[in-house]
Design a protein around this ligand. Sequence first.
Ligand SMILES: [Fe+2]
Length: 196
Amino acid sequence: MSNIIQILLEEHRNIDKLLLVLEHELEVFDRSEEPDYEILQAVIQYFQDYPESCHHPKEDMVFEKLKVRDSAAANSIGDVEAEHQVETKRLRRLVEAVEEILAGREFLRQTFHDVVHDFIEHQRQHMDKEERLLFPAAVQGLRPDDWAELDARLNDQKDPLFNGVIETKFQALQRTILRWQWETETSRVKTNRVQI
Ligand SMILES: [Fe+2]
């Protein structure tokens, strides 16, 4: 598999982890408890720092190439770049919602729920679509020299959370991810024991 597709898939799995953290915090909010707003802000910061500026542009490059090599396949997928712009707007709404709450301004609980839920759901649908349609079509349609060109254009901006050297501002978030993973794993083991 091409280097760039492998990287994009890994990045999707990382985004999945962040969406799980968001989902957990939303559950806390829905129980009328106080979510960890620092963690919510760190998740947002991560989306702004990396997927927005590094993940989506790579997919846009792949999509551009696919349009040249197989326009019918590209058309059948839809407009990936436009979808990325919609994702940017959803992220913006999430930023504003958290800011409103933290500023103590009047904000309907249902609206906050909808904004966070909407962001999570659309991110998941969007990644699913890319994995089902865009990536396979690109693997099918692009030529070896296209992949070489895309790999050469990859910039070397490192993922600030998942590349082994975690930036200070993301350390608490990384601990949260590990804790949720551990708790999910523990509850899975307990469930299995009950079934036995
Ligand atoms: Fe993606």
